[in-house]
Write a protein that binds this ligand. Structure first.
Ligand code: XLS
Ligand code: NI
Ligand code: NI
Length: 444
């Protein structure tokens, strides 16, 4: 990462310089307290572990509109000139921020970079223009593209879905859009490509043929994958599960559902998961559960970092700050050997009433520090505490002759029954949940 700040024609976040690591004693709100990118934990620097990415949409496009009122944030880069000029200004602001915060990666939807045109041809021309500029900016800042994706959910044409739309014409249009987004991702050296379901799902079964829609989705993903591979793309494809919102029944409900889909349609060799904390909680799971399920299949690809609201359960996309939750996530992260090709993308937004440009810095500094502190804590738990031993002890009986034979598939049910028959007085073994919880708190 170059230590340089990358500016365009003007400085948008003036008065804020490169964010440095100053340690937890520092009172400087514009400094990292825990995220020292060069600190080595469990054999890797924090920078290498996390591969932090800035989400273009929330950070540089989202002005805070909600169903009850318009945006509140007056972004100085989104006003002047035509679509091309506005996109260029936004990118100047974007790379100024990315270089000041010191994130090694960023992520985008096609039309975060530049507004969609009235025709496919105009949109393609715009994307071509802005990706030329992005190429220069990436090189100057030393920033890489973690993943690209296509917005297949905002335009009204996608109100009934994109790849799962009942109208083939819309499916074809989505195909054209994905082809262009893949081309843009490949052009910018993107390391991965994401499919978040958007409106792939349904509101009512009365008007929906679920079987056809799922078949079409799989067909579409195969075509996208085959095309990208033919263009030399070597990265991963990620599916981002989410159980609901915008549709009532999103097809990519959670990690287990998506893994079943990928297996059923023979896509697991190329596709892994991009898990998002707030999507996990919407699915009534913890993020650590989702991470473990994905990792079991070798498919823990990437993470969208944020948090939900613990009271109302909405997809609030708040910045991560909860150390207990993050520490438990980082335990899984370290235990399974990290992410497969992805990184940690802040798919999070400052609150609607956080209207200062400086708030974008506070949010990301807080998120990066919280992850750093959680990873350092999780590593200490794994290397210094009884945590791993206690967990392994619960399964110790599978290390004995019979238990091993069972795990190895060497027993029939009749064998199991014979062994079980002698066991009328099995002593209860405590699960010790409170002790495990205390260990987490002790090390935080
Ligand atoms: C929406 C998703 C979206 C994806 C990218 O809930 O999180 O932002 O990450 O399309
Ligand atoms: Ni989300
Ligand atoms: Ni996301």
């Amino acid at each position: 990462m170059s230590k340089q700040i990358i500016l365009g024609d003007k400085e948008y976040f003036s008065g804020i310089g490169k964010i440095a690591f100053e340690g937890k004693e520092s009172d400087n709100p514009f400094a990292f307290k825990y995220y020292d990118e060069n600190r080595v934990v469990a054999g890797k620097t924090l920078k290498e572990h996390f591969r932090f990415a800035i989400a273009y949409w929330h950070t540089f496009c989202g002005t805070g509109g909600d169903p009850f009122g318009p945006g509140t944030k007056d972004f100085p880069w989104s006003t002047a000139g035509d679509a091309y000029q506005r996109a260029k200004d936004k990118m100047d602001a974007g790379f100024e921020f990315i270089s000041k915060i010191g994130a090694p990666f960023y992520c985008f939807h096609d039309f975060d970079l530049i507004e969609e045109g009235d025709t496919l041809a105009e949109s393609a021309k715009r994307l071509d223009f802005i990706t030329d500029y992005a190429k220069e900016k990436q090189a100057a800042a030393g920033t890489k593209l973690l993943w690209g994706t296509a917005n297949l959910f905002s335009n009204p044409r996608y109100m009934n879905g994109a790849a799962t739309n009942p109208n083939f014409e819309v499916v074809a249009y989505a195909g054209a859009q994905v082809k262009n987004a893949l081309d843009a991702t490949i052009k910018l050296g993107g390391e991965n490509y994401v499919f978040w379901g958007g409106r792939e799902g349904y509101m009512s079964l009365l008007n929906t043929n679920v079987k056809s829609e799922l078949d079409h989705l799989a067909q579409f993903l195969h075509m996208a994958k085959d095309y990208a591979r033919s263009q030399g793309f070597k990265g991963n494809f990620f599916i981002e599960p989410k159980p609901m919102e915008p549709t009532k029944h999103q097809y990519d409900f959670d990690a287990a559902t998506v893994l079943g889909f990928l297996r059923e349609y023979d896509l697991l060799a190329d596709f892994k998961l991009n898990l998002e904390v707030n999507h996990a909680t919407l699915a009534q799971h913890t993020m650590q559960h989702e991470m473990q399920i994905a990792a079991n299949a070798g498919a823990l690809g990437s993470m969208d970092a944020n948090r939900g609201d613990y009271q109302n359960g909405w997809d609030t996309d708040q910045f991560p700050t909860n150390l207990n939750e993050l520490t438990e996530m980082m335990l899984v992260f370290l235990e399974v050997g990290g992410l497969q090709g992805g990184g940690i993308n802040f798919d999070a937004k400052t609150r609607r009433n956080s209207t200062d440009l400086a708030d974008i810095f506070h949010a990301h500094i807080g998120g990066m520090d919280a992850f750093a502190r959680a990873l350092i804590t999780a590593d200490a738990i794994l290397t210094q505490s009884d945590y791993s031993r206690l967990k392994a002890e619960r399964y110790a009986s599978f290390g004995t002759a019979d238990g091993k034979a069972f795990e190895g598939g060497k027993l029939k049910l009749t064998d199991l029954a014979k062994i079980g028959a002698g066991m009328d007085n099995i002593p209860l073994q405590s699960g010790k949940q409170e002790l495990f919880e205390n260990i987490i708190n002790q090390y935080i």
